[in-house]
Design a protein around this ligand. Sequence first.
Ligand code: G3P
Length: 218
Amino acid sequence: MKFFIDTANLAEIQEAQDFGVLDGVTTNPSLMAKEGISGKNNVLRHYKAICDIVDGDVSAEVIATDFEGMIREGEELADLDDKIVVKIPMIKDGIKAIKYFSEKGIKTNCTLIFSAGQALLAAKAGATYVSPFIGRLDDIGYDGIDLIEQIRTIFDNYGFDTEILAASIRNPLHIIKCAEVGSDVMTGPLSAILALLKHPLTENGLKQFLDDHAKANG
Ligand code: G3P
């Protein structure tokens, strides 16, 4: 399973890249706003800075919600760097835009997926990735992992190339469950990725090894 980091924070992206397990980055307008990035030129510069740090795909979201606007913005984003994946919302014009970009060989990530039907539509339009938001489903009492499993079955039934990018990951258990049910990618905060490192028996065991070594070696 590929590991993407869901942030627009350059320091966190650099830390994840240096950690050695990073396969890509996803952003959204809220994450860009959180970093205080505004104005078209600053936004484009920031996406380019992210591309310069990571080796993999970088999802950059369009703001327009009409077909022409999404095409205009998406083409501008895609021109920035080969790593850019144009992130498009799951709406009717979004599906048309995904089809358009797919025919032009421009990668897309269909975002705000909350049902298997939405994922199927995006895959049929030729999306490179679909982003089911599992944490937000959990928040309202549904099981986000069930949705990943359902989409996995559908994509496998018909051999869709579209990759499942589990988004809205909140904790290490989400990551493990996504891997169990065969998500292609997960995108989450650095804290959830680093939490995979932790186990009390590892910490206790290492302490014991080092204490014993110190005793034996003075
Ligand atoms: O980038 C989309 C998604 O990962 C957002 O996550 O935590 O805001 O639900 P969250």
